[in-house]
Ligand binder design. Structure first.
Ligand SMILES: Nc1nc2c(c(=O)[nH]1)N(C=O)[C@@H](CNc1ccc(C(=O)N[C@@H](CCC(=O)O)C(=O)O)cc1)CN2
Ligand SMILES: Nc1ncnc2c1ncn2[C@@H]1O[C@H](COP(=O)(O)OP(=O)(O)OP(=O)(O)O)[C@@H](O)[C@H]1O
Length: 201
């Protein structure tokens, strides 16, 4: 097992550390980044998830907040399940995002690692016993892509942006593999994340 980026199989023109050229077409960029993430070698992905988990744990030990919004990985997003137990042991309540309606902010539900899950209408895993809570003071935000200014590209629902436009704005940590760095312009409604954590730190 290795974290050597040379063993990844990325599409031509999308090698680690080489952001793709700026494109005005976010749909095309989403397809490109989804393909890049899907094509990651499983051993590399596992090593990167372990490294990401360590960085997130170190951040969580420092920030000392009562609750953290995490995510259940979708479409080859980094999987941080291996550190969620330890994060709970450190004292924080974990919450998962829940889409209650389109064109609206996310809701958040209390979640304990290991509890029963169901799929919602969009096919996203949510706790079977939905215990809704206010937006947490800190959020891990999965990024399909991210740019040098800390803006994120998601799946096009606008849910995180609509969540972050409300006060009090949570501390936001974008989670991504470093090969998903991209060059795109932010839109007026986009909210920059406080920090992006990748496998590199
Ligand atoms: N792991 C994880 N959970 C999450 C999110 C996430 O980004 N990651 N979300 C973060 O928001 C919410 C789900 N958001 C989603 C937004 C759009 C689509 C979706 O299928 N979009 C269509 C295109 C829609 C359009 O262009 O209008 C698609 O991709 O085909 C799926 C989930 C809540 N849970
Ligand atoms: N705060 C907002 N107010 C109004 N419309 C918004 C807001 N945020 C996003 N939108 C709209 O939602 C749609 C998707 O936004 P965007 O492309 O930024 O999604 P995304 O961040 O990739 O998706 P997601 O957060 O669900 O993963 C766009 O049509 C955008 O105009």
């Amino acid at each position: 097992m290795t974290s050597d980026p040379r063993i990844t199989r990325l599409p031509a023109g999308l090698q680690p550390g080489t952001p793709p050229a700026a494109t005005p077409d976010k749909a095309a960029l989403r397809r490109q980044l989804l393909a890049a993430r899907r094509s990651l070698d499983p051993a590399t992905r596992a090593a990167w998830d372990r490294a990401l988990g360590e960085h997130v744990l170190a951040w969580w030990r420092d920030v000392n907040r009562p609750a953290l919004g995490v995510y259940w990985p979708l479409r080859d997003e980094p999987d941080l399940h291996h550190v969620f137990g330890e994060m709970t042991a450190l004292g924080g309540q974990l919450l998962l995002p829940v889409v209650l309606e389109r064109d609206a902010p996310l809701a958040f539900a209390e979640w304990q690692p290991g509890e029963a899950m169901v799929k919602d209408a969009m096919g996203i895993a949510i706790p079977a016993a939905l215990r809704l809570q206010p937006t947490p003071p800190a959020l891990l935000v999965p990024c399909l892509g991210y740019n040098a200014q800390g803006y994120r590209l998601g799946y096009g629902g606008g849910f995180y942006d609509r969540t972050l436009e409300h006060a009090p704005r949570p501390a936001t940590i974008g989670i991504a593999y470093s090969c998903l760095a991209a060059d795109f312009d932010s839109d007026g409604h986009d909210v920059a994340l406080d920090r992006i954590i990748t496998e590199a730190g």
